[in-house]
Write a protein that binds this ligand. Structure first.
Ligand code: DX5
Ligand code: ZN
Length: 229
C-alpha cells in the first residue's frame, strides 16, 4: 500500500432506507462510493439493534465492490463464519467486545476475510501495538458506537495521528467512523486516515430513486479530505 493510498469513501447503510437496501447499495456505488459499510448491532454491546448475516447475504448481490462489515456485537467469534459466508470482504470486531481480540483476528483471517479492529473513543492505540501483523484495518470510532448522526469527537484526531505513526509503512487502513462530514473529513485525512465512513453526510438530500445528492455528497467529502493531505 502506498504511504498515501487514495481516500476511500464508505457510506454506512445505517442511514439508508431500510425497506430498500438493495437499491440503496446500487445507488451509492453508482454515485462513487468505494466500499459499502454495514453496521451490525446487537442491543447488548451497543444500545441499538440493526441486522445480521441474513441481511448481509441479501444485499451482497447488489454490491459490486467491497462489503465492509462492522460488528458491534459481543460475543463476536460465534458469528464470524456466518458473516464470511454472507459475503463480507472485511470483518471488523471491537477490541472492547471480548477478552481475546488476538483469537478473533485469527478467526477472521482464517475464514478468508480481511481483519479489522475497531477502537472506541476511550480505548488507546497501544492495545493493538503487538497485533499489527495480523490486522488489515483499524477503525477509529469518532463517536460512541450505536447510532448514526452523532457529533464527531475531536479528541480522536490526535489519536489517529499517533496511530498512523505507529503503523508506519505497514499495509493497514485507518478507517474513521462517526460524524464524518465535509468539515471533519479534512481533520482526519490530514492525521493519516484513508477510509472515511459516512452515513448521514452521504445519504442526506437523496434517495435510491433520486441519487444525485449521494454523488454530490461523496465528491464533496472526498475533495475536502484529499485537499487536506
Ligand atoms: C455508529 C456506526 C457508524 C455510523 C456513522 O455506531 O458505526 O457507521 O452509522 O453514521 P454517521 O456518519 O451519521 O455518524
Ligand atoms: Zn460503523
Amino acid at each position: 500500500m502506498p504511504v498515501h493510498p487514495p481516500i476511500k469513501i464508505a457510506p454506512s447503510i445505517l442511514a439508508a432506507d431500510f425497506a430498500d437496501f438493495g437499491a440503496e447499495c446500487r445507488a451509492i456505488e453508482a454515485q462513487g462510493a468505494d466500499w459499502v459499510h454495514v453496521d451490525v448491532m446487537d442491543g447488548h454491546f451497543v444500545p441499538n439493534l440493526t441486522f445480521g448475516p441474513a441481511m448481509c447475504a441479501a444485499i451482497r448481490p447488489h454490491i459490486k465492490g467491497v462489503m465492509d462489515v462492522h460488528l458491534m456485537i459481543a460475543p463476536v467469534d460465534p458469528y464470524i463464519e456466518a458473516f464470511a459466508a454472507a459475503g463480507a470482504d472485511i470483518i471488523t470486531a471491537h477490541l472492547e467486545a471480548g477478552p481475546h481480540i488476538h483469537r478473533t483476528l485469527q478467526a477472521i483471517r482464517g475464514v478468508g476475510c480481511k481483519a479489522g479492529v475497531a477502537l472506541n473513543p476511550g480505548t488507546g492505540i497501544e492495545a493493538v501495538a503487538h497485533l499489527l501483523d495480523m490486522i488489515d484495518l483499524i477503525c477509529v470510532m469518532t463517536v460512541n458506537p450505536g447510532f448514526g448522526g452523532q457529533k464527531f469527537i475531536h479528541s480522536q484526531v490526535d489519536k489517529t495521528r499517533a496511530l498512523r505513526a505507529m503503523i508506519g509503512d505497514r499495509p493497514i487502513h485507518i478507517e474513521i467512523d462517526g460524524g464524518v462530514t465535509v468539515e471533519t473529513a479534512p481533520l482526519v485525512a490530514a492525521a493519516g486516515a484513508d477510509v472515511l465512513v459516512a452515513g448521514s453526510a452521504v445519504f442526506k438530500g437523496g434517495s435510491a430513486r433520486e441519487p444525485a445528492a449521494y454523488g454530490d455528497n461523496i465528491r464533496a467529502i472526498r475533495a475536502a479530505a484529499e485537499a487536506a493531505r
